[in-house]
Design a protein around this ligand. Sequence first.
Ligand code: ZN
Length: 381
Amino acid sequence: MKNALILLAGGTGKRFSNHQKSIPKQFKKFGNYNLIEYFLKNLDYKIFDIIHIVSDKTTHKKFLKDIKKQFIKHNINIINSGKTRQESSRKGVYSLIRKNPKNILIHDSARPLASNNLINRLIKSLKNNDSVAPYITSNDLTKNKEVNLSINNKIMNIQTPQAFKYKTILKAHKICKTENNKDDASLTENIGIKTKYIKGEKINFKITYQEDIQLFNKLKIKEFRSGIGYDIHKINLNSKKLLTLCGVKIPYFPLIGHSDADVGYHAICDSIFGALSMRDIGYHFNNKNKKWKDANSKIFIKYCKEQLQRKKFTIVNLDVNFICEKPKISKYVNKMKKNISSLLKINIKNISIKSTTNEKIRFINSGEGIAAESIVQLKND
Ligand code: ZN
């Protein structure tokens, strides 16, 4: 086995939150992911043969099980944490004795922004070194408060992941007699191994306080998607039933269709399917299938909501446009927005519904049909 990663996730985050019972920061969701998930999501799974997450197996069972399930490709095992950082790190290192990897990286889960580039540079540097750690220097003037001494050019801020030849860090942990080492490079230094320091990344900062989360939210990679949907149905001038648009019953001739012909909901569905690259509504709900005969189209919207959840996307905003000569849509807009808001679980202020006519230009629109178009923007962060 070549490369293994130990991800330390045992911290209780006391500095982060005063509430004893609150979830530790590494398991808290910010957007769609917690810090561990965010790191793993962006980690190139080909780098490591195995990942051991060191955490409290009992207390965080649910979170850990969920992480293992989501990142099967990463080959994750969970190792029970110790009382101190050093003990957790030791347990992680010992847990790999039988696998005997060539290289091992030890990383704090509170640094979710460490890049694949940094990780690859650390591993590369292990060719000629037994112990490698990333560092950054500060642009700000650094002073010692007590002696009012400027010490700027002598300060290095040490980061993780720190990288080691497995044999070396195993030996260092076995020999070490003290329990208060702040990082793993200190351990190998204790047995006379010189640490090779390579340039770290400013973005790879440690999330310790609440304000670090604001910074994290600004810096993290966000994925945006847009989708467009269009639908049109004929009006049934011989029917006494009501028209349904975005789930609202309107005293006007209904539309003809296999389902309830809710042209508004259909356009919304198609815009969501489009943004998710999932073909179109006809593919998911075939109009030859008896199951969807006269179906309430809110079923289709609910299905779209499930797909969004499955792919971890949320709706930023939705803009729907009806194209019809009659009836006047404006009276029903608020009700329509309420329906969409409750089905898709989005804030009403992020929904827009408007309508336009085709100015009675006969070859375009003789009032015999209603069309709807929808544009949606999605976000995954
Ligand atoms: Zn339709």
